[in-house]
Design a protein around this ligand. Structure first.
Ligand SMILES: [Zn+2]
Length: 260
């Protein structure tokens, strides 16, 4: 390095030039290979760009995506689910499949979807398939069972290493949240017979998602959910249906063949 520095020191400065990119003025020297000089900040920038090193922004972004994915737990039979692999039988299933296709092709981060119906009609299949497709488009998406989400939030009270606020921030910042199997959670009832904690948290989650895309699946009907969540019932279903298309799936379960 010293010899290069010495060489530069002995080189004759023959002029100055203004950098076309940033406007800085740099010196030109007479060198053994001709007159040369360059804008160091800009040359460094070009060199870094050529190396393609991750930026601080990239790092923050991938950390956030990993945090989101740490919440996702998908059963093996669901992992391969795509909209294409969904085989509708009944009209309502065909309608649901078309709604899934429309949702993916017209994704705007605002519209939502609510799928209800008895188990085994492919509600989770479609919800997860949509999540994967939207994620592939570069958006931040999370598919999570409502019981798993509530468990994670409850875990923050007993120090599972997460802060409740971090979970709520994550929920708020998602481009798409798929909340699977709403209503399957069981929590101790209050004096009025309502499941208070779960319904309070669920309402908070749905409220955070106001005007943001959410997919909800449930085995319950609207009125059943409203009865289950007591004072939050209507507020929760109103949030679920905010800018949402609701489809009730009807048909025979294709997942479960009776064995006896
Ligand atoms: Zn420059």
């Amino acid at each position: 390095m010293e010899s290069i520095q010495n060489l530069i020191n002995t080189m004759e400065q023959v002029g100055e030039e203004q950098c076309k990119e940033c406007g800085r003025v740099y010196k030109l020297y007479k060198t053994p290979v001709g007159v040369a000089g360059g804008c160091k900040p800009c040359e460094d920038k070009k060199f870094k760009a050529k190396l393609n090193l991750p930026t601080v922004e990239d790092y923050r972004e991938s950390k956030e995506r990993n945090f989101i994915l740490s919440f996702e737990r998908v059963s093996t039979d669901l992992q391969k689910a795509t909209v294409k692999s969904y085989k509708p039988v009944t009209d309502s299933q065909k309608e649901a499949k078309q709604a899934a296709i429309d949702f993916i092709t017209q994704f705007d981060g605002k519209h939502s979807l609510a799928l209800s119906g008895t188990p085994g009609l492919g509600k989770s299949h479609l919800a997860y398939a949509i999540c994967k497709a939207i994620r592939k488009q570069g958006y931040k998406t999370l598919f999570i069972k409502s019981t798993d989400l509530l468990e994670k939030i409850r875990g923050t009270y007993s120090g599972n290493g997460l802060a409740e606020e971090d979970i709520f921030n994550m929920i708020y910042n998602l481009d798409l949240l798929a909340l699977d199997d709403i209503g399957s959670e069981y929590v101790k009832k209050d004096e009025q017979g309502h499941e208070s904690w779960a319904s309070d948290v669920l309402y908070k989650v749905m409220d955070l998602r106001l005007e943001k895309s959410t997919i909800c699946t449930t085995n319950y009907t609207e009125s059943e959910l409203e009865a289950k969540y007591g004072k939050n019932g209507v507020r929760i279903t109103d949030r679920m249906m905010d800018m949402a298309k609701g489809i009730r799936l009807i048909g025979d379960s294709y997942r479960k063949k009776e064995r006896f």
